[in-house]
Design a protein around this ligand. Structure first.
Ligand SMILES: Cc1ncc(COP(=O)(O)O)c(C=O)c1O
Length: 399
């Protein structure tokens, strides 16, 4: 049996590999430079073009690009009308922003447990959390796997709730043949560098509803409108615009828009390579009793952001922390996505307690996100697989 680096053996690799990395080519750089040489570097013509492109990719009618995914969730929560006294159901295993957008509006997040196989919000549990105060659901497409849209839409319809899909991980994913972004009342995307496509920082909300679209546009830009039909004090003065509500400056710049358009041209090949890597992991771990992988349902395709595994620490002599450290010593740097949101001290101070979502907590205790990015070579993938297997064998109990 091969000795791991942490026990004095040779590391699996001589150079480190990390869980995520952007890919930027000369086309992206040229697209940005062309804008920098032009007249408009923000609020120019490219935002509309990018939004058209996102509509094409997702199948949504309307798209509103913003400065990051958190801003997208914030204006979506505002457009949903969440306010103090409201409750909004949200997946517990997600980045904090999925719940924070509810708090920004003064409403109360109600954390729902995950399905331990798909790692998405467990649609069976949603209805038991609904009260007369419930106004919406923020459901996260974990790792890029779309949530059960049909069931969640049906629940929202019957209880008159707004459905916000947090698709920060899921650009390019499909559900029953339809693009993520075209299904929920509003869908939010992130273009942070570890995501499938990036422009440094960026985000987007898609919707099929025209009024929601107009509202999102206004919220992105200070709550200001130039559309007389939206004004309380209409005027045809050519310079006149009116702030009709409290909004934000959440605009994306034109050079970011240019970069994202160029990245979106590469989305199919990004997705293809990410899925190839995921298939290699799937094949390698299918007979490893210590490694559990995320179940992917039949009716979806993934524009995959993460590849997570759970290690069965009951069958190992070490816990996840020691396993994580041992992988680092092999020069394989993973991450953990995510601490259940209500276990962050901010939420603990609001009164949320450990034990709320047992599946989410068990998942968190065992989770690791393996390296997954477009430029990983076959040899990188083999290193990750060999490194993980080396450790599961070395640390196996009763071997
Ligand atoms: C599930 C989820 N929602 C929202 C966000 C927020 O996106 P951003 O970092 O672009 O603000 C992220 C980003 O990591 C995320 O993973």
């Amino acid at each position: 049996m091969e000795k791991p680096a942490i026990a004095g053996g040779n590391p699996q690799r001589s150079t480190p590999i990390y869980y995520g990395k952007q890919y930027i080519d000369e086309d992206d750089i040229k697209a940005v430079c062309d804008v920098l040489r032009s007249d408009y570097i923000t609020c120019g013509p490219l935002i509309g073009k990018l939004e058209e492109k996102i509509c094409k990719v997702t199948g949504a009618k309307y798209a509103v690009c913003v400065s990051n995914g958190t801003a997208a969730l914030h204006i979506a929560a505002m457009a949903a009308g969440f306010k103090p006294g409201d409750e909004v159901i949200v997946s517990c295993i997600t980045f904090a922003a999925s719940a924070n957008c509810i708090r920004y509006c003064g409403a109360t997040p109600v954390f729902a447990d995950i399905d331990p196989l798909t790692l998405n919000i467990d649609a069976d549990r949603i209805e038991s959390l609904i009260t007369p105060k419930t106004k919406g659901i923020v459901a996260v497409d974990f790792a890029g796997q779309p949530v059960d849209n049909d069931r969640i839409r049906d629940i929202c319809k019957r209880h008159n709730l707004v459905f916000i899909e947090d698709a920060a991980h899921a650009m390019g994913s499909t559900y029953k043949g339809k693009g993520v972004g075209s299904l929920a009342d509003m869908t939010c995307f992130s273009f942070h560098p570890v995501k499938t496509v990036t422009c440094g920082e960026g985000g987007c909300v898609t919707t099929n509803d025209e009024d929601t679209y107009k509202h999102l546009l206004r919220l992105r830009s200070h709550g200001i409108t130039r559309d007389q039909s939206q004004m309380n004090n209409p005027s045809d003065d050519p310079w006149y615009n009116e702030m009709v509500e409290l909004g934000f400056n959440y605009r994306l710049t034109d050079f970011q828009a240019a970069m994202l358009m160029s990245q979106l041209d590469k989305l199919p090949k990004f997705i293809q390579r990410r899925n190839e890597i995921a298939s290699c992991y799937e094949e390698a771990f299918k007979d490893e009793e210590v490694v559990k992988t995320q179940k992917i349902t039949d009716d979806v395709t993934l524009g995959r952001h993460l590849y997570t595994i759970e290690i069965d620490t009951d069958k190992l002599t070490v816990g996840r922390r020691e396993f994580f450290d041992a992988l680092n010593a092999e020069n394989i740097h993973c991450q953990v996505h995510y601490l259940p949101v209500y276990m962050h001290s901010y939420y603990e101070k609001l009164g949320y307690k450990k034990g709320l979502c047992p599946n989410g907590e068990k998942y968190y205790e065992r989770a690791l996100s393996l390296p997954l990015f477009y430029t990983m070579t076959d040899s990188d993938v083999k290193d990750v697989i060999s490194g993980v297997k080396k450790l599961t064998h070395w640390f196996k109990r009763d071997k």
